[in-house]
Design a protein around this ligand. Structure first.
Ligand code: GTP
Ligand code: MG
Length: 197
């Protein structure tokens, strides 16, 4: 999809702020600093639509972006950021659960993991949490430019095993630097099949 129009709609800190509309939503989940906001920017060819940071914990709200009046991209706050208080973590859990559980607009959830690392307990928990509400969670392994090409298949296999993915589950390598995986991810997003159970 050639995106010429992308617009931030709202940064929602609680459920009552989630916008009402009829567009299908595509949500991006994953550990803090894994590259969710960067991935959104890469998909829509914009450098700063979604705010990114080398410091983890940048996105703490659920941010909604209207993409070409066709999709709503939803940037979820990251997890696994050590410096948050117990209160903040609880708030995060409630916010995400409130979103994942009841959101009828939600058509696909894309879970990002870092291709360099084995999946953590948090990633596995998040995967299971999303998979509890939705089928066919799409997993994207980011920062592919940071490893040698010869390592890619091996690392993908480790991630597949760590998350307990089956052969049918989609796992895709991605890099915002080289744009590898971009076309493939767009075709997955545009595939009209939705994943609500
Ligand atoms: P939170 O908002 O804290 O949850 O983080 P996030 O997942 O939105 O991460 P963000 O997009 O802010 O990216 C974190 C850092 O990783 C930034 O410095 C990005 O430039 C970098 N980054 C993201 N994707 C890639 C990638 O594919 N390759 C490389 N080399 N760097 C990346
Ligand atoms: Mg972010």
């Amino acid at each position: 999809m050639n995106v010429t129009k992308a617009e931030m709609i709202i940064t929602a800190g609680n459920k009552t702020q989630f916008p009402q509309h009829d567009l299908p939503e595509i949500a991006f989940a994953g550990k803090s600093n894994v590259g969710k906001s960067s991935l959104i920017n890469a998909l829509v060819n914009r450098k700063m639509l979604a705010r990114t940071s080398s410091q983890p914990g940048k996105t703490q709200t659920i941010n909604f972006y209207n993409i070409q009046e066709t999709f709503m991209f939803v940037d979820l706050p990251g997890y696994g950021y050590a410096k948050v208080s117990k209160d903040q973590r609880e708030k995060w859990g409630k916010l995400i659960d409130g979103y994942l559980q009841n959101r009828t607009n939600l058509k696909k959830v894309i879970l990002l993991v870092d291709i360099r690392h084995e999946v953590g307990e948090n990633d596995k928990m998040m995967y299971d949490w999303i998979a509890h509400y939705h089928q066919n969670v799409i997993v994207v392994a980011t920062k592919m430019d940071k490893i040698k090409r010869s390592q890619v298949q091996k690392n993908l296999a480790v991630i597949r095993k760590g998350l307990g993915l089956s052969k049918e589950d989609i796992l895709l390598g991605f890099s915002t630097e080289t744009k590898q995986g971009k076309e493939e991810l767009w075709s997955i997003i545009e595939d009209g099949e939705n994943i609500n159970r």
